[in-house]
Design a protein around this ligand. Structure first.
Ligand SMILES: *Cc1c(COP(=O)(O)O)cnc(C)c1O
Length: 342
């Protein structure tokens, strides 16, 4: 089977992250994040975002999202998110579980993005005590449909949230892809636009088992380390995670890998677009391509071993990553084109 485009987490660990772990693998160091590399990595995040943020490392995105949302909400609160958001569709109820019951309220999305008017409608249409009170707004950057929010789209969403006393959470499992695509500063599309906490994705970028939870609003980070520990998300050999982050942030490694994934997605979309009967469903802003493929083409591709999902977003989803090569894209396009010609 060929898993090249099935997800951006089917790739391996990028050489820079791997090397950083090898370098960190010498001698003895304090455990549970008390080591120098972890201190430096947290400083690295503060330089990267140009603000005095609080940073925590966890193993995966489900933990990052659900633990950070839990820290924004009481059990009787609710979280507004898009109907296609990962927190709603792919986390097995973890946000509800870790918050002891905060309900997710689904807002309509267009191209994976929330609309401030619809968010406001959801916040205000019930204010009685029989309804779970909205306390957090969650948006994904890039979105589950491969689009990105520009700063001008983030700000009004955050303004609506703030107006009604909600905190803003950003699911950034693919934050770096969005950042590379938008060409802004990290600060611009996060805290400067009103984001309170960012789940900053490492794994899909090419790192091994890590996501960072970045609190721009430090008050919300209170006791977060206890949540991490209780949830089994406190890494005892933290230095192996921290060393990777230092390399990824400090040497601009993130930009090279994220931009590469985005470029490969663009090439794949352009090639698919040429084929008869194939439609590209959403703007290819980042590293995802959603295509409507004729059933015969889909079947022929699967026959040739290509694995990809067709249940997300109404089309076939093809993801690119740091590891995708031009040859991979060409192989897929050649098989798709032969199938489309039949
Ligand atoms: C992959 C992904 C996550 C994290 O998923 P884990 O498998 O828990 O690491 C979170 N949000 C989005 C939008 C994702 O695509």
């Amino acid at each position: 089977m060929k898993y090249h485009f099935a997800s951006d987490n089917t790739s391996g660990v990028c050489p820079e992250a791997w090397q950083a772990m090898a370098t960190a693998n010498a001698g003895y160091q304090p455990s549970y994040g008390a080591d120098a590399l972890t201190r430096e990595a947290c400083e690295g995040f503060r330089r990267f975002f140009e603000t005095d943020c609080e940073v925590f490392f966890v193993f995966n995105g489900t933990a990052a999202n659900s633990l950070s949302l839990a820290s924004l909400c009481q059990s009787y609160n609710s979280v507004i998110c898009s109907d296609v958001s990962h927190v709603e569709t792919d986390e097995c109820g973890a946000p509800e579980f870790f918050s002891n019951g905060s309900k997710l309220l689904l807002a309509k999305s267009s191209l994976g993005k929330l609309d401030p008017a619809d968010v406001e409608r959801l916040i205000t249409h019930r204010t009685d005590l029989h309804y779970p009170r909205p306390r957090a707004l969650s948006l994904s950057q890039s979105t589950e449909l491969g689009t990105t929010y520009r700063r001008e789209e983030i700000t009004p969403l955050c303004q609506v949230a703030k107006k009604h006393g909600l905190h803003v959470h950003m699911d950034g499992a693919r934050f770096f892809n969005a950042l590379a695509a938008l060409g802004t500063t990290p600060a611009d599309i996060t805290w400067k636009a009103g984001v309170d906490v960012l789940c900053c994705g490492g794994t899909k970028l090419g790192m091994a088992v890590t996501e960072a939870v970045v609190f721009f609003n430090r008050d919300l980070a209170r006791d977060f380390e206890y949540r991490c520990k209780q949830a089994g998300q406190l890494c005892s050999k933290m230095r192996f995670i921290s060393a990777q982050w230092l390399q990824i942030l400090e040497v601009d490694t993130w930009r090279q890998h994220a931009a590469h994934g985005n470029r490969m997605a663009r090439q794949l979309a352009d090639g698919l677009n040429e084929l008869p009967g194939v439609d590209i469903l959403y703007p290819v802003d980042a590293n995802a391509v959603f295509a409507r493929l004729p059933e015969s083409v889909k079947a022929a591709l699967k026959e040739r071993g290509w694995m990809f999902y067709s249940f997300i977003g109404g089309g076939s989803r093809l993801m690119c990553s740091w590891a995708t090569t031009v040859a991979d894209v060409q192989d897929f396009l050649r098989d798709a084109s032969q199938a489309a010609a039949q």
